[in-house]
Design a protein around this ligand. Structure first.
Ligand SMILES: Cc1cc2nc3c(=O)[nH]c(=O)nc-3n(C[C@H](O)[C@H](O)[C@H](O)COP(=O)(O)O)c2cc1C
Length: 188
């Protein structure tokens, strides 16, 4: 059975460099195993997301949260805004149930205007997914303004990191599936 992968990008406009980056990670994972891939961004969440509870979210946004919670693995990215993830990205992630991502493999990515905030994955995204006790892959993926051109990742180092992050996600998925198999066997 294909593993269900959800890629969520925090971009609020299109075309989006962040969306390109998470798509590139997803393509690499798809080279390694058969996946059932869904890609969402903040634009997909639509209007009316400035609400305080999950029940009040409009349907398109609620569907994104459901998909994130039910995925076998996530590929998550955000544009850097003022040195951190974007506010709308965090706003949507705030609706994810605190227990829903425990142990879930997650690859992390970000784009910024240049190299200055390349560590945003380490000091912003990784702690956020640490809150959820998700299993984040060790290799973070970051691209500045010159590394994605015309909707394509062109930089060799970024491409190498994309391939590494995808391979690490693939390993975590294998561990997870094996663990699930053992759990099922124990239940029989
Ligand atoms: C409100 C705003 C704040 C930004 N702040 C930063 C920043 O602090 N550091 C940085 O490197 N880039 C910053 N940028 C540039 C974006 O991170 C960059 O253009 C990003 O690739 C946009 O992603 P997108 O194409 O997916 O929207 C900012 C852009 C905007 C619109």
């Amino acid at each position: 059975m294909p593993v269900r992968i959800v890629a969520f990008s925090g971009n609020a406009r299109r075309p989006s460099r962040t969306r390109t980056l998470v798509e590139a990670v997803a393509s690499e994972v798809a080279r390694l195993r058969t996946i059932d891939l869904k890609i969402f961004d903040v634009v997909d969440a639509g209007q009316g997301i400035a609400v305080a509870s999950r029940d009040a979210l409009p349907l398109p946004a609620a569907r994104i949260i459901d998909a994130i919670e039910n995925a076998d693995a996530l590929i998550v990215g955000s544009p850097v805004y003022k040195g951190a993830y974007s506010g709308l990205f965090k706003h949507l992630i705030d609706f994810v149930h605190p227990e829903a991502l425990v142990g879930k493999p997650v690859a992390l990515a970000a784009t910024g205007g240049g190299p200055r905030h390349a560590l945003v994955v380490e000091h912003a995204l990784r702690p956020l997914f640490g809150f959820f006790s998700a299993q984040t892959v060790p290799t973070s993926v970051y691209a500045g303004d010159t590394e994605i051109v015309d909707g394509r990742v062109t930089d060799a180092t970024v491409l190498e990191r994309i391939a590494r992050a995808a391979a690490e996600l693939d390993v975590l998925l294998d561990l997870d599936l094996r663990r699930d198999g053992r759990r099922l066997a124990a239940a029989e």
